[in-house]
Ligand binder design. Sequence first.
Ligand SMILES: [Zn+2]
Length: 271
Amino acid sequence: MIIDTHCHLISDKYGDLDVLREESLALGVGHCVTQGTSTYDWEPQLALAARMPDFVSSSLAVHPSEVHAVSDEQLSYMMELCRKHPQAAIGETGLDYFWEAPEGWSEDAYRARQRDFLEQHFNLAQELGLNISLHTRDKVGLASFEDAFAIARNFPKVRPVFHCFIGDGAQAERIFSELDGLISFTGILTFNKSEHVQAVATWCPADRFMVETDSPFLSPAPHRGKVNIPGRTKFVVDKIAELRGVSPEEIAACTTANACRFFRLPSHLTH
Ligand SMILES: [Zn+2]
């Protein structure tokens, strides 16, 4: 059984989520962690996790690209929801320096609010004994990675996963040794010109990586460009197995075990 550790099931790209569930189960993906991003998806996501507990776990947060749209009061409200309803993690949070600041915001003020929100998410994760799903993205250089890394360092009890990892081996090593963190791979691994991230997937220690789709985005080959579903985590697993010269079952087993530990999922999900 495969676990998709990062997707966004509350999306206008999806119709019937019962159909999506059946399609995903047919591909061997038995569970997924859906990640909150902003006011519109928090409550629908909690309702979905309550309706399909065997298939969906919830993780709530404000995505870094949404910090201008979410008030301080709304952030506090999200934190209250996390205290009242079971969460697998806090996420998707992080720092995004790729997109320009929205209208009416200076670059400095926008990035400062992202860092402030990220720190508050780490505080919440620490309070609730949860881990954190991190997004970092830069146009050039590694500023968002370095800034998120520096904040994560202040919270040694919270383990981060750097989701949709596309960095190099040196970054991965630092995440493992200095943060006790993990990385997770998306369908980008299956694209042409992703040799450097394929290299990391080839040597990465078996207890340090997970798999994900980031659905509805990033559909892997051979379905590139289509609306993605959690079931296609299977293609990420298959690619890693090919790169490492082992069976897909072996990659499914280790990534599922890692996900169960990281997200504290009930152990019956692995059977
Ligand atoms: Zn995401």
